[in-house]
Structures are given as C-alpha cells and as structure tokens.
Design a binder for this molecule. Structure first.
Ligand code: ASP
Ligand code: MG
Length: 466
C-alpha cells in the first residue's frame, strides 16, 4: 500500500482556523493516511514552565488557564461528544495534578521529576491530536485517534529519549499497519509527535521539536511513500529570511545537504528527521500549511541540480571549549579521554580542531533536553579539569556554508574569506564532508556575516546559485 505521512507543527494547529487549513490539506490528499501532530503553538512552552516546579499556585493556575483557553477556542467551533469532552477535561485535570506534584517534590527526586515532566509535556500533543481528529471527523473524514505510545518505544532517558527502531517496526506492524490497511478512502489516523513510551510503559519525550522526527520514524516503520512536513514557512530557504529578505525557498535539496542544514541550525526540520527518511529513501516535502499553493521544498536522495553553494545555516549560542595539556604531545589516547568525558555527560561535539597541545571543540546549547536545561554541567568541567586546562567561551555563532563538492571546488575559501576580510573568524572546519564549510564568529556579528555571504554567493550574478 502506498501512502503518505503528514506532520503538522504547532503554529499549523494554533487555533481552529489553522486546524481547518490543515484539514483541507489532509482531505485534499487521498494518499495521506497517517497524520502526526505537535502540540498547539505555545502549549509546550507553558507545560515546560509548569514542569520547572518553581511557580506558585496562582502562577500555575494562570499557566493552566492559558492552555485551557487555547483548547476552548478550538472546542467552541466543534460539536464534541461527551466522551471527547471528558477526555479533554481529564487531560487538563492531569496537567494541574502533575504540575502540583512537581512543585511539591523534594528537590533531590530528579528522576521522579523528569518522569513527571515527560508525562506533563505529553499532554500538549494528546490535546491537539484529540481535537484535530475531531476537526477532521466534522469535515467528513473517518479519522481515528491513535496513541503513539503503543508503538513509539524509546529508552528511559526522559526529556531526550532515543527511539528503538526495531521494536517500533515490530509494534507498528502489529498495531498500526492493520489500521492503516483497513483505512478506506476517507480514513485517516491521527497521532502524536514528540512523545513515546519506554519498556515499562512510562511516557517519554524525544526533545523539543521532536515531532518531525516522530513523523519520520513512523514513516520508516510503516514504509510510507512520502513524509510531508507542514509548517509555517514555504519550504527550506537559502538562509533564514529574518536575517536577509533576499533569502528564497529552494525547490529541492538533497538529503545530505538538508541534514547538514538541520544539524547546523536551520530550524525548519528537527536535525534527526532525515535519518530515518534517508535509511528508507523516503522523500520529505516541507511546505506551509498557511499557503500550500506556494509549493515547498522536496528533500530527496538525488537532486537535479548540484550547486556548490546551496544555503547558509546559522546556529547561535555555541560554546567553544578549548582543552590544553602538555600530555597531548605525541601521547596517544588524550583525545579519547576528553571525548569519553563528554560522552559520559551526553554532550554531542560539533566542530573539532586540534593543535599540538590543544583541542578546540564546539558544543551546542540548542541540543539541550525537553525542559531546556543546558547540558554543560559543572561536574563535567570538573572532570575535564582533572586532565587538562579548560577554557570555555560562550555566545559564539556557527555559520555553515552548505552545498556540493565544496571540498573539490576551487576558490570557495577565497570567495568566503575575501567577503569577510574584516571579520574575526574564530575557528574553521572543512574537509570532513563535501557538503559543508563551517566557521565560528562572534555571536553579535552573525547576522551581518550571513547577509554579506548571501549577497556574494546567492544573489544576482553570484556563481553557483541553485
Ligand atoms: N510540542 C513539542 C515542542 O514544542 C514538539 C514539537 O513541536 O515538535 O517542542
Ligand atoms: Mg513544533
């Protein structure tokens, strides 16, 4: 059976009008059989606030009232059955109960707190999926609500759980595939992104923005023919259009280029999204639910064009960690020790450059967990300091030039650095991939750097344009 997965982001489901546009998209595509949703925009942020445990009763009530208002505004346009109404009420009640439990927890119960946090955060997607299924039903679709936790098996790393692809494939074959196959022409399944469940049945989350990834994992598990990611922009742009109004949407981009973009800061797709799509060679379409007529970007294995410069990505809040030790001179194993410590604290390293006695590494703050806490802990620094001197610099920006054959094309570096001849470039990384050239600049200079590069490489008369 050939069918598509459609994922709708928070802004696409922010209110009834937005949900109606998404319903139009689903109803217009007979092939769309599985719909994966984020929480309505704003809801996860409010739940994260509640999960911190530092709000007093009045502040909690006000946050919950905001969540409840978002639901009521949608419900006001629907004729809900008593069952659905009581499901929504039960979820709102659950939000209140868990928020109070977290606020009253003893401070040392960190595991319990993270379990409760994921349970709490999962309510956003449960609410939006319940309501969106109703919107579809009222529009005449045979929409079925499906609890993704029945198939989305993850580790117990609350806040940033990892998925178990094999178990998910098996559970999907048993529990999801039969429903998909029995969907008639008007049939569609609505389920939640972002959330999963560990082997003990405890609710987990995949990290902020994880719904795209959920859609791709489900698409892979059920072998869909395409994954449509509906968001609030008309595709993947040459660079963030808020930085330069000259940025434009790309018609196509390869998996490799898009993965680099997502990794290096383009916010359109969650960085892990393309991994399952690439494994199964499933094309991913990115478009705007506000303006589906505008088209979007198709991400696939092979693109028709292969320009040297495709896009520029920016990732802010980079930390540069420089470790120095004389022991490193001709000594095997030093890097392994440094990386072992970083791995122990679950930190993922981005760029690395080395000299004879020092190693510079960039760490990403955006890779933090669902509750937004940074992962660079004093304990980790302590451990590093036991084997070397450590310098931490913050607020840097990582700029990534993305394209094709960057490693074998002449003049890329010359073009880039002559455009930026008055900028202090802190670290340069190139060579590991033919698809990117990355460098660090001071956070405050980032926008200026990108506008100038975009102008030189992507606008009129620039060579290598897509
Ligand atoms: N609702 C979650 C978040 O805001 C997941 C998502 O939107 O993808 O992070
Ligand atoms: Mg989202």
């Amino acid at each position: 059976m050939s069918y598509k997965v459609a994922k709708f982001g928070g802004t696409s489901l922010a209110n009834f009008e937005a949900m109606t546009r998404c319903a139009d998209i689903v109803l217009a595509s007979k092939a769309t059989k599985l719909v994966v949703v984020s929480a309505s925009s704003g809801v996860t942020n409010l739940l994260v606030e509640l999960s911190k445990g530092n709000l007093d009763a009045a502040q909690r009530t006000s946050a919950i009232a905001k969540i409840s208002d978002i639901q009521s505004n949608i419900i006001g346009h629907l004729t809900l059955s008593d069952t659905v109404r009581s499901q929504i009420d039960a979820l709102l009640k659950k939000i209140a109960t868990i928020s109070t439990s977290i606020a009253e927890l003893e401070t040392d119960l960190t595991l319990v707190k993270s379990q409760l946090t994921d349970e709490l955060l999962s309510c956003g997607e449960q609410l939006s999926s319940t309501l969106f299924a109703q919107v579809l039903i009222e529009r005449g679709a045979q929409a079925k609500w499906f609890d993704v936790r029945d198939v989305m098996r993850t580790s117990s790393d609350f806040g940033k759980a990892t998925v178990d692809v094999d178990i998910i494939a098996r559970l999907s074959a048993e529990r999801l595939q039969p429903i998909l196959e029995s969907c008639g022409d008007d049939g569609v399944i609505v389920t939640q992104g972002f959330i999963g469940s560990d082997e003990h049945g405890q609710t987990t989350t995949l990290g902020r923005g994880g719904s795209d990834y959920s859609a791709a994992i489900l698409g892979e598990a059920t072998r869909c023919s395409q994954i449509d990611i509906w968001t609030d922009v008309t595709g993947i742009f040459t660079t963030d259009p808020r930085i330069t109004s000259q940025a434009y949407a790309l018609d196509e981009i390869s998996f490799n280029e898009a993965a680099e973009m997502a990794t290096f800061g383009a916010k359109v797709l969650h960085p892990s999204t393309l991994v399952p799509a690439m494994r199964q060679n499933i094309p991913v379409f990115v478009g705007s639910s506000r303006d589906p007529q505008a088209g979007g970007t198709l991400v696939r294995n092979e693109t028709e064009s292969k320009p040297v410069y495709r896009a520029i990505a920016l990732r802010r809040e980079q930390t540069l960690l420089t470790v120095t030790s004389m022991d490193m001179l001709h000594a095997p194993g030093f890097l392994a020790r440094v990386f072992t410590i970083l791995a122990k604290y679950n930190l993922s390293v981005d760029l690395v450059t080395t000299s004879e006695v020092s190693v510079a590494i960039t760490l990403d703050n955006t890779g933090s967990n669902s509750s937004g806490e940074t992962q660079i802990s004093p304990l980790m620094l302590e451990e590093l300091k036991a084997i070397c001197q450590v310098k931490v610099e913050q607020d840097l920006a990582l700029v990534a030039l993305i394209g094709n054959a960057i490693d074998t094309s002449y003049g890329v570096g010359a073009r880039l650095f002559s455009t930026l001849n008055d900028v202090n470039v802190r670290m340069i990384c190139q060579g590991a991939s033919s698809h990117n050239l990355c460098f660090l600049v001071d956070g405050e200079q980032a926008t200026n750097v990108i506008s100038r590069l975009h102008c030189a490489m992507f606008e009129q008369n620039a060579q290598g344009v897509a």
